[in-house]
Ligand binder design. Structure first.
Ligand code: ATP
Ligand code: MG
Length: 441
């Protein structure tokens, strides 16, 4: 296994001082898969104070020392070095109740969640894989280390981590692991919301449609609003899929950004509560965009999502039924009001939504590409579509005699003229118009 120089160097320093040292966890798993690890965690037989002594010439961060972690600041970034340890349950749902240092690598690997994450590598001592993680990776199996029920009872976040690893690496949970994921999923209710949110974000960025459907019941244990969507027949000629399957395709269909993936997951939550059937038996969902936006806002608040993300998701969902039109003036107004990035996201969500009905009917792709083309044109023109791009500012209007609220009102009126292409974004034209308008006030 290839190790970057700074990692190799840390291992050498520990080994030369008489301690065992390994790269461990995610980096070993990623290397087995032929992927480049995004970071390298090290573990060692050295106790924290011994690690500190070995790295006395380095800058250290000791915040995790109680749990055995010393962070060494190397020339290529921080490296976490953790003493071999086992740990007790997670009664506060965040931190292990206790950790106990152990003398060898096997004891440390046994506390880890899944076999694929319980491998270590040392250039001197070789590969440590006591639970068969490499074989499971080859066979694409997700398997808990030890008894899955008690491992999930110790820390139920492992259930959601399992879903994430299964999605990311295309793994199938082995039978006992899957049964325990399902039977213990209610325990996730007690987890700290931030941990759940963070894990869901990682999952959403990796998920394919089938991951949402195959793990729907587990997801519904942390987002209860998804529960009634499972198997929900829309009774509509426009929808071949039940609500959760449609949702799953939309998640896969949008680009992997957090606002879009969250908006896709929650965009139809309001269909459950707005569902009605007409005399012919056909289903309708009047006002579901607004309803879904409100539900999504509540979910993201509960999960303690950052405000900016929550607001973007709520806006996107609230507007997901407002069809974008390939009409220049209308689009200029939309961009002026919501910004390029929001309109582009709206387009991506609508495209995925229309393309995920499973009926084979027109998915509107011609209209969507026309909208995309127009947006690209607007971008290329570098058109003035917001106040800061206007060729005049408040000071210019004050020089004309504008005062107080009138300044803002006039600037917005000028922007409207420019957005609608009734005035060019040129200083003289704008000032003339402002001076002329002032006479009427
Ligand atoms: P990623 O590439 O997403 O960072 P990772 O496997 O490195 O994946 P981390 O959350 O960084 O995941 O954790 C590092 C290692 O610590 C894991 O590989 C696993 O061995 C162990 N681990 C992390 N969280 C838990 C947990 N809740 N229970 C048991 N072991 C865990
Ligand atoms: Mg990691």
């Amino acid at each position: 296994m290839f190790l970057p120089e700074n990692i190799q160097n840390c291992i050498d320093l520990l080994e030369n001082a008489g301690f065992a040292a390994y790269a461990v966890g995610g980096c070993v798993r990623d290397a087995c898969l032929g992927l480049t690890p995004h970071d390298y965690d090290l573990c060692t037989s050295a106790l924290p104070e011994q690690t500190e002594a070995v790295f006395r010439d380095y800058r250290l961060v000791l915040a995790g020392e109680k749990h055995g972690t010393v962070t060494v600041i190397t020339e290529d970034g921080p490296v976490e070095i953790t003493t071999f340890r086992t740990e007790g349950g997670y009664r506060d749902n965040r931190h292990p109740d206790w950790v106990k240092f152990v003398p060898d690598i096997e004891g440390d690997l046994a506390r880890r969640d899944f076999t694929i994450n319980a491998m270590a590598y040392s250039p001197k001592r070789g590969f440590a894989d006591p639970f068969g993680g490499r074989g499971d990776l080859e066979n694409q199996i997700l398997r808990a280390v030890g008894d899955p029920v008690s491992r999930f009872q110790e820390d139920s976040l492992r259930i959601l981590r399992g879903v994430r690893f299964a999605a990311r690496f295309g793994l199938t949970p082995e039978e006992n692991t899957l049964n325990a994921m399902l039977s213990q999923r209610h325990l996730m209710e007690h987890l700290a919301r931030e941990r759940v949110f963070e894990e869901l974000c990682k999952l959403l960025l990796a998920a394919k449609a089938e991951d949402i459907t195959r793990f729907a019941r587990i997801l519904a244990a942390v987002i209860s609003e998804l529960g009634p969507m499972i198997g929900f027949d829309q009774h509509s000629p426009h929808h071949a899929y039940d609500l959760i399957t449609h949702t799953a395709y939309v998640v896969e269909g949008v680009p992997a950004t957090l606002p879009l993936r969250w908006a896709a997951l929650l965009h139809d939550t309001g269909k459950v509560t707005t569902f009605t059937r007409d005399a012919t038996g056909r289903g309708h969902f009047y006002g579901h965009a607004k309803e879904s936006a409100a539900i999504a806002g509540g979910i993201l608040l509960r999960l303690k999502a950052p405000t900016a993300l929550r607001e973007e998701v709520v806006t996107l969902i609230g507007r997901h039924m407002t069809r974008l039109q390939p009409e220049r003036k209308w689009l200029r107004r939309q961009v002026s009001k919501f910004g390029f990035s929001m309109v582009e996201s709206q387009l991506a969500l609508q495209e995925a939504d229309m393309g995920s009905k499973g009926t084979g009917e027109d998915d509107g792709s011609a209209v969507f590409s026309a909208v995309r083309g127009l947006l690209a044109e607007l971008k290329a023109e570098d058109a003035c579509l917001c106040l800061k791009d206007l060729a005049v500012n408040g000071n210019d209007l004050m020089a004309l005699g504008y005062r107080g609220k009138a300044i803002g009102i006039c600037l917005n009126a000028l922007l409207e003229q420019v957005v609608d292409e009734r005035l060019p974004n040129e200083r003289k034209a704008l000032l003339d118009w402002a001076a002329e308008t002032q006479k009427d006030w």
